[in-house]
Design a protein around this ligand. Structure first.
Ligand code: UD2
Length: 353
């Protein structure tokens, strides 16, 4: 009897709770119908705010493995020695010996990704394209979908390079410029526009690379992340006060003495479309302010990139294996050179000193 009454009471309260929920749902639906049917701009704005879709969707399928995938046992005790493989904000630093290619390729293969890759070759820098593209086809995201976007003022000088399956190259003509500094800095605005206007349904990640470079080893999915910076090959063992940051407070790229994490190269950076769009937009805006104040940062967009990364920490860092000084130069920590600058005579290739 007691049990029955208890059940009964419970049933009653349950029903009233359900009724109140139904009522709320009804009112909510009525409001939605009202807002939808109402044409005033104010109400339309409310609807837009509620239902707005993010412009860039980063696929997230988790890090799934499968039964039967065999790879070396990871260790909680032993890792790569002689280098740091994590930053003080807990972003991984990628070195040879910190990842397993079998496992990581398997995980990312299931995600059906496209990696947009931008490269600029204006004026005499078109001479670097053949080696850049041919070596990328051998080492860069092999087996994954890559879409190169090549910006040049001389489309007729772009070499024929045989592309692998699922790999494509789009050539875009851009105006010539008289100063190499303007070419280098101008990349930020072009990248901002490319990502903002075109890539939303075309790619998942983007990397932006210098052209006077060549691949010699694997550059793969271990490099993917939300915001990815590469440690500059000349400064990975330097103290922060030796970094060539912009030190004049008049520039937007200014970094005060005593601050700084790493010195990053502008020859390679990347990440998700959303993060790289924000990076390129911010650097472009900061460079515009500098130009209006008649100041140019000491290392051009690289100075602005370093300021950006100092206050917007990268979620992943690549070691200088991913942008080395020269194939003929070594260092104890560098077990493999994956991507490197090629030696160039600046006076031969640049339009101005
Ligand atoms: C450094 C940076 C570079 C950039 C530059 C700005 C490194 C390793 N690299 O390299 O990323 O920040 O300083 O001062 O730190 N380009 C042309 N045509 C030209 C000139 C430049 O296409 O006439 C493009 C090309 O893609 C080239 C890039 O701009 O790779 C950067 O120019 P750079 O390689 O001459 O600059 P560099 O070597 O001083």
């Amino acid at each position: 009897m007691h049990t029955h009454r208890h059940t009964h009471t419970k049933m009653n309260s349950h029903t009233s709770l359900q009724r109140s929920l139904l009522m709320k749902l009804y009112v909510f639906i009525r409001r939605l119908i009202y807002l939808n049917s109402n044409q005033t701009s104010c109400n339309q704005q409310i609807i837009k705010q509620v239902f707005i879709e993010p412009k860039w969707k980063l696929k997230n399928f988790g890090m799934h493995s499968s039964p039967g995938i065999l790879y070396n046992q990871p260790s909680a005790l032993v890792g790569r020695t002689g280098v740091a493989s994590v930053t003080s904000w807990l972003a991984p630093i990628i070195w040879e010996g910190t990842f397993d290619t079998t496992l990581i390729d398997f995980i990312y293969k299931q995600q059906n990704l496209t990696i947009a890759t931008t490269v600029f070759a204006l004026g005499k820098y078109t001479r670097f394209l053949k080696d850049f593209l041919e070596s990328a086809e051998q080492h860069y995201f092999v087996g994954f979908r890559v879409h190169y976007y090549l910006f040049t003022d001389l489309p007729e000088e772009v070499p024929e390079v045989k592309m692998g399956e699922n790999r494509s190259l789009t050539v875009r003509k851009v105006p010539s410029l008289n100063r190499w500094q303007d070419i280098s800095m101008g990349r930020m605005e072009i990248l901002e526009k490319l990502i903002g206007n075109e890539l939303a349904n075309e790619a998942d990640y983007i990397f932006c690379l210098d052209v006077d470079t060549k691949f010699y080893g694997r550059w793969g999915v271990e490099t993917l992340g939300r915001l990815v910076g590469v440690i500059h090959p000349w400064f990975f063992d330097a103290l922060r006060n030796q970094f060539t940051y912009e030190r004049r407070p008049e520039s937007q790229a200014y970094i005060p003495a005593g601050e700084g994490d790493y010195y990053y190269t502008a020859a390679a950076f990347g990440g998700s479309l959303e993060d790289v769009h924000h990076l390129t937009k911010t650097c472009r805006e900061q460079m515009n302010i500098d130009a209006a104040n008649s100041i140019e940062a000491i290392w051009h967009e690289e100075s602005h990139l370093n300021k950006y990364f100092l206050y917007n920490k990268p979620s992943k860092l690549l070691s200088p294996e991913y942008l080395w000084r020269d194939i003929n130069v070594g260092a104890a920590q560098i077990k493999i050179i994956r991507f490197t600058h090629v030696a160039k005579n600046n006076a031969d290739v640049r339009p101005n000193p």
